[in-house]
Design a protein around this ligand. Structure first.
Ligand code: THU
Length: 130
């Protein structure tokens, strides 16, 4: 399945009674397996989770740990970028050169690398003095 179709189809399942803003995310892991996630909101608003976080959770549950490509789609006037927290979550498993394609449901796309989305990312190196 293409990442575009994977993200579009899972987006349909988004649970968004509060924002009404459905987001779908698809991740291709190094193994080739595609993992999907959608946003899941909660009446206690901060407890909601983003589509990217759902896709990452599915990937880890599926036994993969390395992301090689990301696709995010929403019905928005311009391609929808991952939020700041999701950039850090993606950076845990995606290298600097991994492409992240942001898309709208009407076909606009914008592709950026992880390094462009999260310059100066906090990494394990920052915790080591060695
Ligand atoms: N949202 C995502 O799922 N991913 C993003 O990258 C941006 C925002 C969700 C969170 C919330 O359910 C809704 O979009 C509005 O912020």
């Amino acid at each position: 399945m293409s990442l575009l179709n994977a993200a579009l189809s899972v987006r349909e399942n988004a649970y968004v009674p509060y924002s009404r803003f459905k987001v779908g995310a698809a991740i291709r892991a190094r193994s080739g397996t595609v993992y999907q996630g959608c946003n899941v909101e909660n009446v206690a608003y901060p407890q909601g989770t983003c589509a990217e976080a759902g896709a990452i959770a599915a990937m880890i549950a599926g036994g993969d740990t390395e992301i090689i490509e990301v696709f995010v789609v929403a019905d928005a006037p311009a391609p929808c970028p991952p939020c700041g927290g999701c950039r850090q979550k993606l950076a845990e498993f995606a290298g600097a050169d991994v492409p992240v394609t942001m898309a709208t449901t009407d076909g606009q796309t914008l592709t950026m690398t992880m390094a462009q989305l999260l310059p100066g990312a906090f990494s394990p190196d920052h915790m080591s003095r060695a």
